[in-house]
Design a protein around this ligand. Structure first.
Ligand code: NAP
Length: 258
């Protein structure tokens, strides 16, 4: 029923973590997949792994999503390789810790450049191709942090993840006449390379706050992305969907059943 064969997908931040989980699910389903990130070594390793998973083509394109021209070149490379583009997953993001009292203007500028401008640039660069697709899909990786929850040190990060939802709602209206849907996935705490950098103590405390009892996997996010990318999901647009093992539900730690 959910056919992703012959769909061509671009995943920013696809070399690691959640983006790689998304790319893995699409590659396994037979889609053509373009992964983008800044490190060419990580991209090469990722492409080698993804290549063996399905029947579609896989390419890696070195890209900094905070650079509009680089995003244009990324979209052009995917179009040239696949002959079209149906799905853009604007996933690349950073989450450095910066308490409000000591946050510098440079830290604020950097996180908005990657997480917000990078979302706009990736989508804008793919727009003509998504229109030509006739069933284009924009899938954003937002977060529960910002749209639903908060965490010390991440006021700037939470603001960028909420900004993605503001973008989504108007983009969904503007693009609806072209049969393009725009939706956001709000991951809870997912075991990615970036998550591992937060340290064991953080990970253990997060696991305790999740009713499902464990952090999620990158492919947990990929499965929802794959569904949103299908033609069958064409009537779902402008939605923010949490994939978090129930993390936002408990009123306190005592509410969790062990
Ligand atoms: P990660 O493991 O650190 O991976 C980040 C990916 O993005 C890497 O491929 C990285 O490659 C790429 N990237 C970073 N900056 C980039 C830039 N300027 N241009 C292009 N690519 C860039 O992170 P993650 O945990 O998977 O997070 C991915 C997304 O999920 C982010 O948007 C994050 O906000 C969101 N999220 C994560 C969690 C979680 O629990 N992990 C929860 C909620 C939301 P390079 O460094 O080589 O560029």
């Amino acid at each position: 029923m959910f056919d992703l064969d012959n769909r061509s997908v671009l995943v920013t931040g696809g070399s690691k973590g959640i983006g790689r989980g998304i790319a893995t699910v699409f590659a396994r389903a037979g889609a053509n997949v373009a992964v983008a990130a800044r490190s060419s070594a990580d991209l090469d390793a990722c492409v080698a792994d993804l290549d063996s998973l399905g029947s579609g083509k896989v390419i890696g394109v070195v890209t900094d999503v905070s650079d509009r021209r680089a995003c244009d070149e990324l979209a052009a490379a995917a179009l040239e390789a696949f002959g079209g583009l149906d799905v853009v997953c604007a996933n690349a993001g950073i989450f450095p810790d910066a308490p409000l009292a000591t946050m510098t203007p440079e830290q604020l500028t950097e996180i908005f450049a990657v997480n917000v401008n990078g979302t706009f640039f990736a989508v804008q660069a793919c727009l003509d191709a998504l229109i030509a697709s006739g069933s284009g899909r924009v899938i954003l990786t937002s977060s529960i942090t910002g749209p639903i929850t908060g965490y010390p040190g991440w006021s700037h990060y939470g603001a960028t993840k909420s900004a993605q939802l503001g973008f989504m709602r108007t983009a969904a209206i503007e693009l609806a006449p072209h049969k393009i849907t725009v939706n956001a996935i709000l991951p809870g705490n997912i075991m990615s390379e970036g998550m591992i950098e937060n340290g064991d103590e953080y990970i253990a405390s997060m696991a305790k706050s999740i009713p499902a009892g464990a952090l999620g996997t990158p492919e947990d996010i990929g499965h929802l992305a794959a569904f949103l990318a299908t033609k069958e999901a064409g009537y779902i647009t402008g939605q923010a969907i949490a994939v978090d093992g129930g993390q936002v539900l408990p009123e306190s730690l005592d509410a969790i059943v062990t």
